[in-house]
Design a binder for this molecule. Structure first.
Ligand SMILES: Cc1cc2nc3c(=O)[nH]c(=O)nc-3n(C[C@H](O)[C@H](O)[C@H](O)COP(=O)(O)O)c2cc1C
Length: 140
């Protein structure tokens, strides 16, 4: 079974409240274990970055749903690769807010105090996602 990692970012089609965000997490955490999907969702003002890890068919299928999800727009694939092992194997979907990251989003994104995943190259998106593992204490 071929294992892959997919990293994308998207914008909310409408402003989301805490309840709507929680609903996305609840569905993810309910569905992902049966599909052997793990990963992390990072939330910034108006924007998501998500890393999905799992069997290729399951990840591709879920990404298709996410692209068609009307809560999302401007879904942009940042990085996709085969992997030997998972980074977020312990989480059906970890969740972290960019504003909670140590040093804030500027810690990774440089001078502007802004979480802007659209500016990331594939390599930088992967580095960012890997850096999130060091922020375990801030996962919700
Ligand atoms: C930003 C974002 C991330 C999502 N992540 C997941 C996920 O990890 N797993 C999942 O099952 N659904 C996720 N969803 C929800 C899916 O888009 C979809 O609504 C859900 O899988 C139910 O699809 P279904 O009714 O076709 O089964 C996410 C939605 C959004 C907007």
């Amino acid at each position: 079974m071929s294992l892959v990692r997919l990293i994308y970012c998207s914008r909310f089609s409408k402003e989301m409240d805490a309840q709507q965000l929680q609903a996305i997490l609840d569905v993810s955490r309910a569905n992902n274990p049966a599909r052997q999907i793990t990963g992390i969702l990072c939330y910034g003002p108006g924007v998501f970055l998500q890393c999905l890890e799992g069997p290729r068919d399951a990840v591709n299928d879920l990404y298709g749903k996410i692209i068609r999800d009307p809560r999302n727009k401007d879904v942009t694939l940042l990085e996709y690769d085969d992997i030997a092992e998972r980074v977020f194997g312990e989480w059906s979907m970890a969740y972290v807010r960019a504003e909670d990251l140590s040093g804030g989003p500027a810690g990774f994104f440089g001078a502007p105090e802004r979480f802007d995943p659209y500016s990331l190259s594939a390599g930088a998106a992967l580095l960012f996602v890997r850096s999130l593992l060091g922020e375990k204490a801030r996962f919700r």
